[in-house]
Design a protein around this ligand. Sequence first.
Ligand code: ZN
Length: 149
Amino acid sequence: MSELRELYQSVILDHNKRPRNFGTPGDANRHADGYNPLCGDKLSVHVTLADGVVKDVGFEGQGCAISKASASLMTEAVKGRPAAEAETLFRAFHGLVTSDPRGEPDTRGLGKLAVFGGVREFPIRVKCATLCWHTLRAALASGGVVSTE
Ligand code: ZN
């Protein structure tokens, strides 16, 4: 288990150091800003939405390692997928990070996003990990500003 944990940590550190899809796609047509006052994480998510599909997605902003790595892995996970699938992923992800740490983590369908399973042991970090997802949802819905508080 500790080896797995180390692997998870190295994925998070890598995405924090070299965030994927950092920036704004040139043809982005949706965006929202997210803020987590508890930690100070601030990010913007930009989406190119066409025919109900997330054709492209990027993010900008500043925050802790968890919030940045989560945004980076989220953009990889939802790029090219229908918005409805992004919503399904959000629910699975949210379910994972808010589940009881004493039980087995349910990582079905989450792929690489499963690396955030350890976050459920640190409730204060859950908002860091989910901020980008709340912001993505806001961008897909209508845009605007979301806060975790
Ligand atoms: Zn944070």
